[in-house]
Design a protein around this ligand. Sequence first.
Ligand code: NI
Length: 162
Amino acid sequence: MALRNILTEGNPTLYKKSRPVVKFDDRLHLLLDDMKETLLDAEGVGLAAPQVGILRRLFLVDTGEEILECINPEIIETSGEQIGLEGCLSVPGKYGVVKRPNVVKIRAQDRNGEWFEAEGEELIARCFCHEYAHLDGQLYTEVAERMLTNEELEALCADDGE
Ligand code: NI
């Protein structure tokens, strides 16, 4: 396994639409293993393939219980609403205020091609939407109601330090 380089804002790959995964082979498994290592190393909640330069429809989400591998995901149900802070490993050092559904149900394939469904609330629901948007070439900064100011960021970092 190896750490992959995470692309940052401005890199053209992040704004392209990803293609479906068609082969559930060793190469896919290696990519998933590398992305898992990269996500854990970066201490993120989610990571989508385009963020490591691969334009394929898959992402990982750390649910707190496991690293969920979601391949060819579809959002099949959403409900409620939440407004909260969002960040992205591809937009380091920034946070924005983003409105998302509070509950999101997805359908996706696992690394062997088996379909499953998963439901997330609050942070996980937010993460499903955020990662899914990466697959269509969209960063949260495009849908954020506003980005935090430098003063607000400093206050946030001070809180984190306590
Ligand atoms: Ni992101």
